[in-house]
Write a protein that binds this ligand. Structure first.
Ligand code: CU
Length: 169
């Protein structure tokens, strides 16, 4: 990928999120096609994915926003998150935090009977090339692509810039 390691300092707080995009060049604008489909069905040999706890802290910058969510897998097979697109962003990238440094990843594993968690200070989504600045109270639409399961559409609420999911405000 075009970027590898960015400073962990940008994870320190919402105010620093703008730093996340330093060095971002403009990739091809991907307009996500509309449409949703969910591969569901109870089968122990399949992943059964659902999304919870999604939110976006209202960004301070007009260029860049972060997003968090949890993907739960109640099925007996693993899967992988392989792509994220959004109506508000030209590009959404997935980052992990490894040894205090941020790293862009092209996929994240979702274990069988397990969860993949994106949360402040850890894994996170970066919305780049914003088409509009998300404001508290709005929602943004995300489409998640997986290695095996069908895509999932998520309506992600925009919360305050300092929102803390454990206190709810
Ligand atoms: Cu990042």
């Amino acid at each position: 990928m075009r970027r590898t390691v960015l400073s962990a300092a940008v994870l320190a707080g919402a105010l620093a999120l703008a730093g996340c995009g330093n060095g971002a060049d403009s990739g091809p604008g991907t307009d996500s096609g509309k449409g949703s489909g969910s591969g569901s069905g109870s089968d122990a040999s399949k992943a059964e994915l659902s999304v919870s706890a999604s939110y976006m802290p209202q960004p301070v910058s007009a260029d860049m926003a972060a997003g968090f969510l949890t993907i739960s897998n109640q099925g007996g097979a693993k899967d992988e998150l392989t792509s994220v697109t959004s109506d508000v962003a030209g590009q959404v990238t997935m980052h992990s935090t490894v040894g205090g440094a941020m790293e862009e990843k092209t996929s994240f594993a979702i274990p069988a009977h397990g969860r993949l968690v994106f949360s402040s200070g850890g894994n996170h989504l970066m919305f780049e090339q914003l088409k509009r600045k998300p404001e508290q109270g709005q929602t943004v639409t995300l489409k998640l692509g997986f290695a095996r399961s069908g895509p999932l559409t998520v309506e992600m609420p925009v919360k305050s810039a300092t929102y803390n999911p454990s206190t709810g405000h």
